[in-house]
Design a protein around this ligand. Structure first.
Ligand code: AHR
Ligand code: AHR
Length: 514
């Protein structure tokens, strides 16, 4: 006997079976370099480290390890992170930040207080604090982004953190910084006004109205301390049934629209029902939330001067559903292992960010290492998870202007979003170089595609990079890489490139246009 769910899944699966018998699948993609969506902000290739599980402790930072330098930074992780071209790094949380008192994390490491950590149920040693983070960001060559505690923290805590880090005046805070070994101020432009304040799980959770009022006073003090900073408000992260996530954003914007530069939204997706085709439409959920949030921002900003812009910072996103739930207490938590289908979903998320380049001006994958992350360590080494590969390809190549593509692809009927195209694509164009990203969502069939340029011609060979594996459930592990990037070359003919996108693949095509 089939269970109800198996029966529904079988029904949904039927059209794919039919389609598979209908011969080759064909698609067309038209590229016009004059049709631009907006400039791709490099900050969409950001990441995030939190005092959570083994992300910082045992991932980024492992004092005494043979793999670490004198500061305690794990060098293997640092090297792999550099290759991901992480453009901005958010810290210290996440849920952790909502009871983090930054003054605990400065001064001689051995004298820092050990504190009970209530978000994730551990003890925080505070050995990795402001100096360790900012030096790490400098070493990595990435823009630092600090989120302040607007849960149990005060306005003064937030203001003094900006002063300690950025002020060049002679004050008690800057003397303290110098006494702790840093003479010159750092340059920290990006500051977050709390984390997921809409979530009942958050320490110091508030209503939208209470958060808006509280964050406004913090914002004023922080900007008066350093007028050059950019502020990110905590938008929606809680999307369950009956949750007024749009209302949260609307209220927060009403309070903060004259002070903030970004509204942050968060999204984690998963495949708990083992429904591949439904999971692969997750980016369509993202698209919908982007359009809605953009509308709410536009409504809030109508009547405000044109020079005042608020963008979306998608500052936590990823696949996360296996290592979730009440067991999320202690050290080895959120250690999600990723497979090929997760890597494809990650590629479609990145497509979505590029396809909304005019409004998404920052995004941070959560998180960098071990905790729902592209890298995974143990005491003696590390491996790259499947999701590392699409992220690295995007971050190192998809730049410049985002192009509005015409994509004519066969579709399937998806459970949540109706017709879903098998091909999901995005493109970046810079200095005559076209980068085309294409995910073929079809599990079993290739899609024969004609890529047609409208205003230019292909010049020279096309570099192909493909992330794929034998099976959608393939995972990587220590010493075993089943999913990774393969490269080859293809030929185009003047204005046409004919390419067969293999089943369950992400392909990046890179070509010079003249
Ligand atoms: O990234 C893991 C957690 O997810 C973060 O701490 C929190 O902000 C979100 O709920
Ligand atoms: O698991 C607790 C919370 O639930 C997470 O922090 C949040 O992202 C999720 O919705």
């Amino acid at each position: 006997m089939l269970t109800r769910r198996e029966f529904t899944t079988a029904l949904i699966a039927a059209p794919y079976a039919l389609r598979a018998q209908q011969g080759p699948l064909r698609a067309r993609i038209k590229v016009d370099t004059e049709r631009a969506i907006g400039d791709i902000d490099p900050l969409i290739y950001g990441n995030f480290i939190e005092h959570l599980g083994r992300c910082i402790d045992g991932g980024v930072f492992e004092e005494g390890s043979k793999l670490s330098d004198a500061n305690g930074y794990r060098l293997d992780v640092l090297e792999a992170a550099k290759k991901l071209n992480v453009t901005i790094l958010r810290w210290p949380g996440g849920n952790f930040v909502s009871n983090y008192h930054w003054k605990d994390g400065i001064g001689p490491r051995d004298r820092r207080p050990r504190r009970l950590e209530m978000a994730w149920g551990t003890v925080e040693t505070n050995r990795f604090g402001t100096h360790e983070f900012l030096q790490y960001a400098e070493t990595m060559g990435t823009e630092p982004y600090i989120c302040v505690n607007l849960g149990t923290g005060t306005w003064t805590d937030a203001q003094q953190w900006v002063e300690y880090v950025s002020s060049s005046q002679d004050t008690a805070m800057t003397r303290l910084r110098k006494q702790n070994g840093r003479q010159e101020p750092w340059k920290v432009t990006y500051w977050g006004l709390g984390n997921e304040m809409d979530g009942p799980w958050q320490m110091g959770h508030r209503s939208a109205d209470d958060y808006g009022k509280y964050a406004l006073e913090a914002a004023k003090l922080m900007k008066w301390t350093d007028p050059k900073i950019k502020l990110i408000a905590a938008g929606s992260s809680h999307f369950g049934q009956g949750i007024d996530w749009i209302g949260w954003n609307r209220t927060v914007l009403e309070h903060l629209k004259r002070h903030i530069d970004y509204l942050a939204i968060h999204r984690y997706v998963g495949n708990p029902d083992n429904d591949y085709y439904d999971f692969l439409t997750s980016s369509m959920d993202l698209d919908e939330r982007i359009r809605t949030t953009e509308g709410v921002i536009n409504a809030a900003m109508s009547g405000e001067p044109r020079s005042r812009r608020i963008y979306i910072a998608w500052d936590e996103w990823n696949v996360w559903y296996r290592a979730r739930g009440p067991q999320q207490r202690g050290r080895r938590i959120l250690e999600e292992r990723y497979n090929l289908e997760d890597a494809l979903v990650v590629a479609t998320f990145l497509n979505s960010f590029v396809n909304h380049a005019h409004i998404i001006k920052m995004a941070n994958m959560a998180q960098l290492v071990n905790v729902i992350a592209p890298m995974f360590t143990n005491d003696t080494g590390m491996f790259l998870q499947t999701i590392y590969y699409p992220l690295a390809l995007f971050a190192n190549n998809t730049k410049g202007r985002a192009l509005k593509l015409f994509v004519d692809s066969p579709t399937y009927e998806s459970r949540r979003f109706g017709p879903a195209p098998y091909l999901d694509a995005s493109a970046g164009y810079e200095d005559g170089m076209l980068v085309l990203n294409v995910v073929n969502r079809h599990r079993d069939q290739e899609v024969e595609t004609e890529i047609l340029t409208q205003d230019k011609q292909f010049a020279g060979p096309v570099d192909v990079s493909e992330v794929n594996g034998a099976d959608i459930k393939d995972e990587n592990d220590f010493g075993s890489t089943k999913v990774q990037t393969a490269t080859r070359s293809a030929r185009a003919d003047n204005r046409t490139l004919r390419y067969k996108f293999p089943p369950h693949s992400y392909t990046m095509l890179k070509a010079k246009l003249t």
